[in-house]
Design a binder for this molecule. Structure first.
Ligand code: NAD
Ligand code: TYD
Length: 353
């Protein structure tokens, strides 16, 4: 198969590309505009493979997207390109509206134009897979409920509202124009190549640098953590095997309070890279995120029942692999710690003290 992966230089996109190149005979074309979050170094292990290609393309540029799609003739488009960080969306929502909504609209129109001209045999094979988040469902505060595929949308942040909008566009293009789509909504990912503005890599790298470990509010907020390679496996299964029009929730069955996550990282670092003091001494409670969702948790039973997927990593095994990866990959870490990382992450921390 020929698969286009938008956002393939990002955290999850690069895991999807590595998964496809390493485990299948498929060809991949990455379309990525290389924002601060996109990094070609995350594709270093696969970029010499003849089945891999890359184009620096902005998904909001319809002519450029059409040109790439027509030249590559994909069987599947996996759409991951997005602005993805909640705190940045609060700081400045414009890029989120532009990329996540206008970008998805542009890609849908380009895909529709391409699909409509395909012969029937190729149309039967074609899929547009939209990758989304559990944050579209909003906050599960004060309940023991889990998000199912039927949970009504109630996004809280500019990020989740923009992702919710994009999900609605994708469903509308299926119903109105017959575009063959599948959608997935996943919980918080963690693992190698994660940009250190998100909680887990930020805490690992700040701890190693002896800097404060910022915990928003009281640290009691709950996320359902999934190891990124488990997500990549699930995405490939859905893109290649799901029925047209289906939605799948993907999650790790790993509900953890933020403070538990931070403490678990500190314990691992105490063991793997002991310092003079315990890393947990660096934990610093800071001002909360506005509109902060208190709890997310996924019911991933449908993807298990229909496609046989379940996560391989436990939170303990995945977190250990992640911490070890950051300890052993200084080149990648030093690369992302320059420029955009230092300026925005440090500004965010200063603003919360
Ligand atoms: P990321 O921020 O690490 O990567 C996003 C990628 O998209 C980057 O390579 C960036 O350069 C690219 N990009 C941004 N704007 C673009 C544009 N206009 N044109 C082309 N490329 C552009 O994000 P991620 O964590 O890998 O998330 C990937 C997708 O998965 C997103 O759609 C996100 O909403 C979704 N998701 C993420 C998580 C998570 O925990 N990280 C969980 C569920 C769903
Ligand atoms: P994050 O990794 O930004 O993912 P999301 O907001 O998409 O869930 O944050 C995960 C949780 O960690 C979230 O509840 C906010 C919290 N958090 C902190 O407490 N400190 C931090 O420095 C960051 C980045 C996040």
């Amino acid at each position: 198969m020929k698969i286009i992966v938008t956002g393939g230089a990002g955290f999850i996109g690069s895991a999807v590309v590595r998964h496809i190149i390493e485990n299948t005979v498929d060809q991949v074309l990455v379309l990525d505009s290389l924002t601060y979050a996109g990094n070609l170094a995350s594709l270093k292990t696969v970029n010499k493979d003849s089945r891999f290609s890359f184009s620096k393309t902005d998904i909001t540029d319809k002519a450029a997207v059409m040109e790439q799609i027509n030249a590559f003739q994909p069987d599947v488009i996996m759409h991951l390109a997005a602005e993805s960080h909640v705190d940045r969306s609060i700081d400045g929502p414009t890029d989120f509206i532009h990329t996540n909504i206008i970008g998805t609209f542009t890609l849908l129109e380009a895909a529709r134009n391409f699909y409509d001209k395909l012969p029937a045999s190729k149309q039967a094979q074609f899929r547009f897979h939209h990758i989304s988040t559990d944050e579209v469902y909003g906050d599960l505060e004060g309940t023991t409920d889990l998000f199912t595929e039927e949970t009504p949308y109630a996004p809280s942040s500019p990020y989740s509202a923009s992702k919710a909008s994009s999900d609605h566009l994708v469903r509308a293009w299926h119903r109105t124009y017959g575009l063959p789509v599948v959608i997935t909504n996943c919980s918080n990912n963690y693992g190698p190549y994660h940009f250190p503005e998100k909680l887990i890599p930020l805490v690992i790298l700040n701890a190693l640098a002896g800097k404060a470990l910022p915990v928003y509010g009281n640290g009691q907020q709950i996320r359902d953590w999934l190891y990124v390679e488990d997500h990549a496996r699930a995405l490939y299964l859905v893109a290649t095997q799901a029925e047209i029009g289906e939605t799948y929730n993907i999650g790790g069955h790993n509900e953890k309070k933020n403070i538990e996550v931070v403490e678990a990282i500190c314990h691992l670092l105490d063991e793997l890279q002991p310092a003079d003091k315990k890393y947990s001494d660096l934990i610093t409670y800071v001002n909360d995120r506005p509109g902060h969702d208190l709890r997310y948790a996924i019911d991933a039973e449908k993807i298990h029942a229909d496609l046989g997927w379940k996560p391989i990593e436990t939170f303990e095994s995945g977190l250990r692999k992640t911490v070890e990866w950051y300890l052993n990959n200084n080149e990648w870490v030093n690369d992302v710690k320059s420029g955009a990382y230092m300026s925005w992450v440090e500004k965010n921390y200063e603003g919360r003290k």
